[in-house]
Design a binder for this molecule. Sequence first.
Ligand SMILES: C[S@@+](CC[C@H](N)C(=O)[O-])C[C@H]1O[C@@H](n2cnc3c(N)ncnc32)[C@H](O)[C@@H]1O
Length: 259
Amino acid sequence: MAHVTSSDEGPVPSTPFGVPELVGAVAGARRVLDVGCGSGRLTVALARAGAEVTGMDTSAERLAEARRRAEEAGVPLTLVEADMGEPLPFADASFDAVTSRLSLMVPRDAVPTLRELRRVLAPGGRIATVVWAALPENPWFDAPREAVRAVLGDGHASFARAFGRLGDPADAERAHRESGLEEVAGQLLREHVPRADATEHWRLLATENAHFRRIDAALGEEERRAVVAELEARLLPYRTAGRLELPRTLVLVTASRPG
Ligand SMILES: C[S@@+](CC[C@H](N)C(=O)[O-])C[C@H]1O[C@@H](n2cnc3c(N)ncnc32)[C@H](O)[C@@H]1O
C-alpha cells in the first residue's frame, strides 16, 4: 500500500473545505472514527462538536501534529497509528460513525477498506467520506501540475497520482454500495478560491502544499518565471473582473451500515 507522505491540500482556509459538511453528516454520533486523520483538522472539529473521536493514520508525524492541535483546542482525542489498507485494529461495531477526508482515494481499490469501515461501524451507524472530484473540476490543482509538466517535463509532474480517484460521484457511490453499505448518497461540494493572479496562486501553493513546496524549492529564477507564465496562460479561463476565481470541488458520500 502506497502512503501519501505529503498533503494534497491546497491553500488551507481557517475552516477547511468539506469539514462542516462532514461534521454535520455525523452529528449526534457518540463514538467517531476519523480515518486518514492527518494533522487532525477534521478530527478536532468532530471532537469540538462533542464526539468521542479516534483518529487513525499511518504517519506518526501527522499524528503528533493532531495531538498538538487537540491540546491547543483543549479536546481529548484517541490517536492510533494504523493502515487503512490492512485489517483495522478495532473490534466489530466499535463506532457510531466513521469519517474520512481526502484519504479514501489512497488505496487503489477502496472497497476492501470500506468493508473494514463497515465492520467497525455499529448497525445503523453512519459513514461520511470526501475526496477531490476529477481533475477538470479542480483547476486550482490541475493547472499548476500541468504547468510544471509543460515547463519541466513529465518526471516532475508525477506526484499526487491518486488525486481524482473516486472523483466521479457515481464511482464513489458504487464503491460504498459494493462494500455492503446502504442509503448511499453522493454529491459534489463546490467552492471558488480567489487569487489576484498566477504569481499569487503559485506562491500560496509553494507555501502550503508539500508537493509544490518541494518543486518550487528546486527552481531557479528563470524556471520559476516560466512555470508561472505557463500557469497564467492556463488559468485565463478563470479570470473574471480582473482576478482569478479558481474552482475547487469535492465528492461527498454519506451512507450507513444496515441496521
Ligand atoms: C491529504 S491528507 C488528509 C488528512 C486529513 N484527513 C485532513 O483532512 O486534513 C491524507 C492522509 O492520509 C494518510 N494516509 C495515507 N495512506 C494511508 C493509509 N494507508 N492508512 C491510513 N492513513 C493513510 C496520510 O498520512 C495523510 O495524513
